[in-house]
Design a protein around this ligand. Structure first.
Ligand SMILES: [Zn+2]
Length: 301
């Protein structure tokens, strides 16, 4: 069982899930504010343009523009849940599918009435993550957005699963049960976890007796963040050669010329990462495809 909660420590959430489901994808808190409150958590990018992992004090965005990238302090999070992860004993995990992983988490809960931060560091036999495309006014509901989400599958990949287990009574405010995001150790892939199978690694669970909720409030978005973020050219170049990409959005390199899908696929094979084949049978996708959710997934959004 996970140790009792650290006195005074809290899980803090900004915005409520139902607002996000209804289309509240802009305004929120600055990344700097989230990082001042916690060093661990998850969220989504402004205009729902990707998924966010907050790990060891760093906020990383997983978007369709390229590999996961550290966010700026002025970037906006329309939804985020964060905490300061305390020292807790590890629980060693072996081969487990998603249902087994969820059962391992629930076995280790301090109480089903408390919020728990969930961290798994290790190797995943398989992980399926999704990233949502950036939305424009008028915002559709999240259910419609996720019908166009881009999913990527990686196998035999080392990384960290970041998330929370939330008591059932909070559904609607938060995601009841498990809500997990993933970031690979080499930062080639990340996103909202739809399915996973653990190979081996360490599970850490931290219980929190306090839940602080900060409902969404309108906040002016800095002018330089009203348009999709432009990546520095050196990051675009690095991303083009780093293997796994979200979907097949390849950014031409102004020096080396246009990216080639074949080189990425080849790299994936050598790295033992496998992008899920498209319905046509080709590795990789040039267009987002309809979402397929595993029935065993405890994630609700
Ligand atoms: Zn998520």
């Amino acid at each position: 069982m996970t140790p009792p909660p650290v006195p005074g420590a809290a899980v803090t959430q900004f915005a409520v899930l139902d607002a996000l489901l209804a289309g509240a994808y802009e305004s929120g808190l600055r990344v700097a504010e989230a990082r001042s409150i916690g060093d661990f958590g998850l969220g989504c990018v402004n205009h729902l343009g990707g998924e966010v992992v907050i790990l060891d004090g760093e906020a990383i965005e997983c978007t369709l523009d390229g590999p996961p990238l550290a966010m700026d302090d002025d970037d906006i999070l329309p939804f985020a849940i964060v905490c300061r992860f305390p020292e807790v004993p590890r629980v060693g995990l072996g081969e487990q599918d998603f249902a087994g992983f969820a059962a391992s988490v629930e076995d280790a809960l301090t109480s089903r009435n408390l919020f728990h931060a969930v961290r798994f560091d290790g190797v995943l036999s398989e992980v399926r993550v999704r990233v949502t495309p950036r939305q424009h006014h008028p915002f559709p509901r999240l259910a419609e957005v996720t019908s166009h989400q881009v999913e990527t599958v990686a196998r035999d990949i080392r990384g960290t699963v970041v998330g929370f287990w939330t008591p059932a009574i909070y559904q609607g405010i938060a995601v009841a049960g498990l809500h997990l995001h993933f970031l690979s150790e080499d930062r080639s892939i990340g996103g909202h976890v739809l399915d996973l199978a653990a190979h081996s690694g360490d599970l850490h669970l931290a219980a929190f007796a306090r839940f602080d909720l900060a409902p969404a409030h309108r906040r002016a978005v800095p002018p330089h963040r009203t348009h999709p973020r432009r990546r520095p050219s050196h990051r675009r170049s690095r991303g083009r050669c780093s293997g796994i990409r979200q979907g097949t959005v390849l950014t031409p390199n102004p020096v080396r010329g246009p990216a080639r899908i074949s080189s990425v696929v080849s790299r994936n094979r050598s790295s033992r990462y496998v992008r899920e084949a498209s319905p046509s049978g080709r590795a990789g996708r040039s267009q987002p495809r309809r979402a397929r959710r595993p029935t065993s997934s405890p994630c609700r959004r």
